[in-house]
Structures are given as structure tokens and as C-alpha cells.
Design a protein around this ligand. Structure first.
Ligand code: HEC
Length: 119
């Protein structure tokens, strides 16, 4: 396809994506990458109040910067849904798709990816 067709196509798909998102999601532009959606859900649900990721966040809970190394997906999921001794349970709050995204995000956190992390 030539440059013009390409530009029109891009413009159209962006507009379509924006329109869809406005109807349901509270925050604009849901990414197609579950890790990015998970990062948004992490912030939206107040996880950083207690958890540090790559030097940002609270210290009430453990630093999650390397949680992807230490925990299995099942452990991450159970922790999020059921909470812990000092962590609230999020099972009633999150949509199951949000839980999936959060697990993907926490899973992606590994100390050795700190320097390569995309902005
Ligand atoms: C009120 C503070 C608080 C909030 C908010 C909170 N957590 Fe936690 N979290 C903790 C504490 C404290 C622990 C460790 C001990 C426990 O289970 O209570 C923990 C443990 C974890 C663990 C296991 C970490 C490990 O190293 O074993 C994960 C994963 C986790 N939290 C994810 C999340 C996610 C995702 C959110 C947001 C949906 C969240 N937490 C919100 C306090 C919190």
C-alpha cells in the first residue's frame, strides 16, 4: 500500500480504537499488551501505596521488582484474589480480565529487566 493509504488506515484505526474505549473503560486507550494494561490496573487499584516497583511506591508490602522471579503465576493470582495478612483481598473488586492483566504484569517484573524496561 502507498503512503497515503497507510496514513488513512492508521488514522482510522486509531479513531476507532478511541471510540470503543470511551464507552466502557474509565481510562482511555487500553493497550493490547496485558502487561501494560496490568501496569495501569496496578496503579488504578492502589497497589503502589504498599508495593515498590523499581524504586517507586510504598514499603508496607514487599518490593515487587523481582516478584516475577520469586513467585509462580498461581501464587501471584492467589495473593491478589485472597490478599494476605496485611494485604486486602482484591477478588471482589477486580474483573477477571484485570486479574489476568495484573498477573501478567507482576510476572513480567524481574530485577534483571530493570534497565531494559520500556517507558
Ligand atoms: C494495604 C497494603 C497493600 C496493598 C494495597 C496491596 N498489597 Fe500486596 N501485599 C501487601 C503485604 C503486606 C504483603 C505481604 C504479606 C501479606 O500477605 O500480607 C503483600 C504481598 C503481595 C504479593 C506477594 C509478594 C511476595 O513477595 O510474596 C503480591 C504479588 C502482591 N502483594 C500484589 C499486590 C497487587 C497486585 C496489589 C494491587 C491489586 C496489591 N498487592 C495491593 C500489602 C498490600
Amino acid at each position: 500500500m502507498n503512503l497515503f493509504t497507510c496514513a488513512v488506515f492508521l488514522l482510522f484505526s486509531t479513531t476507532a480504537a478511541l471510540c470503543q474505549d470511551n464507552s466502557s473503560a474509565p481510562s482511555p486507550q487500553r493497550s493490547s499488551d496485558p502487561r501494560i494494561r496490568g501496569e495501569q490496573a496496578f496503579t488504578e487499584n492502589g497497589c503502589p501505596q504498599c508495593h515498590t516497583v523499581h524504586q517507586h511506591g510504598g514499603t508496607k508490602g514487599p518490593d515487587l521488582s523481582d516478584a516475577g522471579h520469586r513467585l509462580s503465576d498461581d501464587q501471584i493470582r492467589t495473593q491478589i484474589l485472597k490478599g494476605g495478612k496485611q494485604m486486602p483481598a482484591f477478588g471482589q473488586i477486580l474483573k477477571s480480565s484485570e486479574t489476568d492483566d495484573l498477573v501478567a504484569y507482576v510476572h513480567s517484573l524481574r530485577e534483571d529487566e530493570k534497565t531494559t524496561k520500556k517507558q
